[in-house]
Design a protein around this ligand. Sequence first.
Ligand SMILES: CC(C)(COP(=O)(O)OP(=O)(O)OC[C@H]1O[C@@H](n2cnc3c(N)ncnc32)[C@H](O)[C@@H]1OP(=O)(O)O)[C@@H](O)C(=O)NCCC(=O)NCCS
Length: 178
Amino acid sequence: MEIKTNRLLLRDHVKTDWKDIHEYASIPEFSQYDIWGPNSEDDSKNFVQSCIESSLTKNRFKYDLAVFHRREKRVIGGIGIRRSSESSLISDLGYAINPNFQGKGLATEAVLAMFDFAFNQLNLALIYATCDCRNIASYRVMEKVGMIKVGQILKHREIKGHWRDSYRYEVLSPKYSK
Ligand SMILES: CC(C)(COP(=O)(O)OP(=O)(O)OC[C@H]1O[C@@H](n2cnc3c(N)ncnc32)[C@H](O)[C@@H]1OP(=O)(O)O)[C@@H](O)C(=O)NCCC(=O)NCCS
């Protein structure tokens, strides 16, 4: 499973990816808005292992891919589209980029490539994502890729002992919209 963009290769994980992932996943502020982290080394290794296992399942319905920087020749982030089952046409979207590579449009580039894959290869109908209302970088990415804010969910999830208010964004496949 490989998707090439100008600067990136979105590909299935390999075992050794955990080190590059751990570089940012172990930083407490990096995952401040998320349910996971900060990662121990074992957390990062287990994450990579679970991605590899899910990539090997028959009738795959989750694509958690490594964001590999083609020039730097290293993993600089992750991106995932995850359906709840193989028959679902609706998918969740998530992404992360190492702070040393942020602010260069790389998350936007990765998300647009995933949309192309999701809508044209998997024929999905709708992709949605939620983020903490304070996570400006995350919702800026959603706006830049053309997702529409459909609402604010109060007390959406409990994150590290606090209730998180979230924005929900969506994008509909051109094939499914009138
Ligand atoms: C969200 C994340 C993936 C964005 O990655 P990125 O490669 O920097 O994203 P891009 O460069 O494509 O776009 C980021 C946009 O947010 C803007 N931005 C970032 N921080 C900002 C801030 N504090 N205030 C205003 N705008 C901000 C950038 O300027 C850019 O917008 P622009 O192109 O209009 O200038 C990255 O910040 C990250 O990994 N965060 C930690 C994990 C996370 O929160 N993931 C999302 C979970 S829902």
